[in-house]
Design a protein around this ligand. Structure first.
Ligand SMILES: N[C@@H](CCC(=O)N[C@@H](CS)C(=O)NCC(=O)O)C(=O)O
Length: 223
């Protein structure tokens, strides 16, 4: 049976898992859940029976279902350790996990579509207000990460930074690229974060990151 990934092309949380699967060379069946069509396929009873939270992604491994992108990445890391997304010492892994959580817990949830919808519905926020909200929370997360990677990112002989931590891809990079995609999608100015931009420019050239990109998914829609 193998892996089955419940996904949506534009979901940045699913994007993380697609990158991790591709980096580890793991094949999977893609099961798209359209988040907007027909009230949201992720809210239908058949999917809620698999994932009571009604969010994508979820990964089924021979029928065992795991929700939450970082739990999925850590599961993949445990059952297929190479290449390592959590390398090095306990301290290094704590740093990488901290960076991943900065994005996945403290940044991404605040610019997720349901939050924007709630701001519009319940607080009467217009497009400009929602845009300000999104930019504010991405700026807050990216400002901190930009400072943080200054001391942890490996650099080439030419002084270019290519990863959030050390000289190889880690879980922090797996989270950064989808968040950068979101920032650009919502027209947030990323110029104040040159290290993060340089890291993403490198990572986006890697085949695993390219394969996982939203526009390369079977359910991708033309804009
Ligand atoms: N913390 C979760 C976040 C998952 C999440 O927010 N997924 C979004 C798409 S990026 C979703 O399914 N939204 C649909 C909805 O809220 O109804 C994870 O990392 O997996």
């Amino acid at each position: 049976m193998g892996f089955r990934l419940y996904t949506y092309w534009r979901s940045s949380a699913a994007f993380r898992v697609r990158i991790a699967l591709a980096l580890k060379g793991l094949a999977y069946e893609s099961v798209p859940k359209h988040l907007l069509r027909d009230g949201g396929e992720q809210r239908k009873p058949d999917y809620l029976a698999l994932n009571p939270q009604g969010l994508v992604p979820a990964l089924a491994d021979d029928g065992f279902v795991i929700p939450q992108s970082l739990a999925i990445c850590e599961y993949l890391e445990e059952i297929h350790p190479e290449p390592r997304l959590l390398p090095g010492s306990a301290r290094e892994r704590a740093t990488v996990r901290g960076m991943a959580l900065l994005i996945a817990c403290d940044t991404h949830p605040l610019n997720n579509l349901p939050i924007m919808g709630y701001l519009r519905r319940e607080f009467g926020a217009d497009d400009a207000a929602v845009q300000r909200w999104v930019a504010h929370w991405i700026d807050r997360g990216f400002s901190a990460l930009e400072r943080w990677v200054e001391s942890t990112a490996g650099s080439t002989a030419a002084g270019q930074q290519r990863h959030c931590h050390g000289g190889q891809v880690t879980l922090a990079d797996v989270c950064l690229v989808p968040q950068m995609y979101n920032a650009r999608r919502f027209q947030v100015d990323v110029a104040p974060y040159p290290r993060l931009v340089a890291i993403c420019a490198h990572l986006e050239t890697l085949p695993a990151f390219a394969a996982a990109r939203p526009e390369n998914q079977p359910d991708a829609e033309q804009k």
